[in-house]
Write a protein that binds this ligand. Structure first.
Ligand code: KG4
Ligand code: ZN
Length: 393
């Protein structure tokens, strides 16, 4: 019994975009640590790839098809029965409405049928809590000593610098004025003839380029730089006084450079681009995105005297960004703890939703806990909602 009181077993459901996820986590109230028990996931990438992006109706259809098999897998992998689940947490904002509805409908049905409390979780709050999921390399909890904390959230739909002075309170101090960083990766990949999702493809090509360049330099013992051959890309808003970002112009700069390369080399739009050009562009694009994100994050960390910086969201899977932010912090602000989310929880998953749900449940006043027992009747699904608008309880 004591064991049960100390731990919260949370079931999380995530369907805001193109991943159907169901996960079970165990949250220790004493230490604030979240342990993963299972993380079932069905990706729809292959279905959306021919369209170059996510098609909402197709996403919803796939979520409806996959959610029960994922639920069964998550319970089996975690070796828990519905009886042992304390709470259900589901992404109810923001996201594609048909996709969100698939998850919230399933969660409401389970909450009613199993008689379990239900919490709606903001997708970006989930990304923040992904940083505190325990895995083999990561064992950190979000405690009072973590604050003030700065989160750089970089995903397909959002790019935000979020200041947290305490749990569940979010102040957006900077955000993209146009495309999200992940969106820019995806659109740039398309321009260069690479497949969806663009982030991992661009990262792979950029690595190929820098490896080839290193080998060439070792052989020739001479320094040649990418800019000798290819135009360099801008670093949008790098020196603006605020903490905002802009990535749309960067993608357009890639488009213009590609068009001018085609013209110069008499290539038609249907002709494939040479690998060396694509790889060099990918390397420069990845570097440009990393430069802006890192510089703004360091500036904000300094201004707000934060104790911890976390990096999360799909683009946080990018090795260049992870290491450049880590290096910059350890050189310029060595006292700040740097905490990128574990790579397997960077992109969308349900474990992060379960983790945020459990952390909320642990702090919820009794009257709100009572309300959560009836959320199956009232839970709203909200396609567009800012992190700064969500309530503390
Ligand atoms: O967080 P996420 O899974 O979904 C949203 O909430 O949007 O992020 C997906 C985004 C996509 O744009 C994808 O291209 C990008 O994350 N991404 C990456 C990498 N892996 C995924 N971007 C750069 N480098 C990567 N390795
Ligand atoms: Zn996401």
């Amino acid at each position: 019994m004591a064991q049960k009181i100390q731990f919260i077993t949370a079931l999380g459901i995530e369907t805001s975009c193109d991943d159907t996820g169901v996960s079970v986590v165990s949250y220790c109230k004493k230490t604030g640590k979240t342990t993963l028990l299972s993380n079932a996931m069905s990706s729809q990438i292959d279905i959306h790839r021919p369209y170059g992006g996510v098609v909402p109706q197709l996403a919803a259809r796939e979520h409806v098809k996959n959610i029960l098999p994922m639920l069964r897998k998550a319970l089996r992998d975690a070796s828990v029965t519905p009886n042992e689940i304390d709470i259900i947490a589901v992404t109810n904002a923001p996201g594609l409405i048909p996709a969100l509805l698939a998850g919230t409908s399933a969660a409401r049905t389970l909450s009613w049928f199993w008689k379990k409390p239900l919490l709606g979780i903001h997708h970006l709050e989930g990304h923040i809590y992904a940083s505190f999921l325990e895995d083999s390399q990561n064992s950190t909890s979000l405690t009072q000593s973590s604050f003030p904390l700065l989160a750089l959230i970089v995903s397909g739909g959002h790019t935000q610098l979020v200041l947290m002075r305490e749990q569940f309170r979010y102040e957006i101090i900077g955000e993209t004025q146009d495309d999200a960083a992940g969106e820019a990766f995806d659109k740039t990949a398309r321009i260069l003839g690479l497949s969806y999702p663009g982030g991992p493809e661009i990262a792979k090509r950029a690595l190929q380029y820098s490896t080839a360049l290193e080998q060439k330099q070792t052989h020739q013992k001479s320094k040649s730089s990418q800019s000798d051959v290819f135009p360099s890309l801008p670093r949008p808003m790098l020196h603006s006084r605020d903490f905002n970002f802009s990535f749309s112009g960067l993608k357009t700069a890639v488009l213009y450079a590609t068009q001018s390369f085609r013209k110069k080399n008499s290539l038609k739009n249907s002709d494939p681009l040479p690998e060396i050009f694509v790889n060099a562009m990918c390397a420069e694009f990845e570097q440009a995105v990393a430069d802006v994100l890192v510089q703004k994050t360091i500036k904000a960390a300094k201004k707000y005297s934060v104790k911890k910086v976390i990096l999360t969201g799909g683009v946080s899977a990018n090795q260049k960004l992870r290491s450049e932010l880590g290096n910059a912090l350890s050189t310029l602000r060595p006292s700040i703890i740097y905490h990128p989310s574990p790579i397997n929880f960077s992109t969308d998953n349900a474990a992060m939703i379960a983790a945020a749900g459990a952390a909320r449940w642990a702090r919820l006043p009794d009257n709100k806990k009572q309300e959560a027992k009836h959320s199956w009747k009232t839970l709203k699904t909200v396609p567009s909602l800012s992190l700064s608008e969500i309530s503390f309880f």
